[in-house]
Write a protein that binds this ligand. Structure first.
Ligand code: GTP
Ligand code: MG
Length: 149
């Protein structure tokens, strides 16, 4: 099964949206296989957002992401990467549809409350970066009711 790295950003934690975001992924049918609350260092966040280095907003992005704890998670299930991105909504909340996390709770691109991996390869890199200790393997008896195994 596919895995994606989902993170509640510092504004999402401060705005008490952690439970709401977890709940959406649970209800959609994904399986939680790793979770922790971390106050990341700028160095760690620069690795996470390495492909954006050089963008004008990069220093502000790192400052924002280092401004408080984040909730780092790995969710597993059918098409987890693509469906996760659909659930988050467009990067800029101006363009995010209602019903998506950003479309329901965010107004500004620089305060868009959640992160999701944009491809399977980036998910693998991000999971290794945030969970070098590995994820948790277990069986969930609901799985066969969510997709054809
Ligand atoms: P992530 O899930 O956080 O990776 O967002 P994304 O994949 O939808 O967008 P991208 O990776 O291109 O940008 C990463 C983050 O940088 C965004 O989620 C925003 O928080 C921030 N960002 C992107 N573009 C802008 C911008 O034009 N201005 C500002 N202030 N922030 C931006
Ligand atoms: Mg991105």
């Amino acid at each position: 099964q596919e895995r994606t790295y989902i993170m509640v950003k510092p504004d999402g934690v401060q705005r008490s949206l952690v439970g709401e975001i977890i709940s959406r992924f649970e209800k959609r049918g994904f399986k939680l296989i790793a979770l922790k609350l971390v106050h990341a260092t700028p160095e760690h966040l620069e690795k996470h957002y390495a492909d954006l280095k050089g963008k004008a907003f990069f220093p502000g992005l790192i400052k924002y992401m280092a401004s408080g704890p984040v909730v780092a998670m790995v969710w597993q299930g059918l098409d987890a990467v693509k469906t996760g991105r659909v659930m988050l909504g467009a990067t800029n909340p101006l363009a995010s549809n209602p019903g998506t996390i950003r479309g329901d709770y965010a107004l500004a691109v620089g305060r868009n409350i959640c992160h999701g991996s944009d491809a399977v390869e980036s998910a693998e890199k991000e999971i290794a970066l945030w969970f070098p200790e590995g994820v948790v393997q277990y069986t969930n008896s609901q799985e066969s009711w969510v997709f054809e195994l």
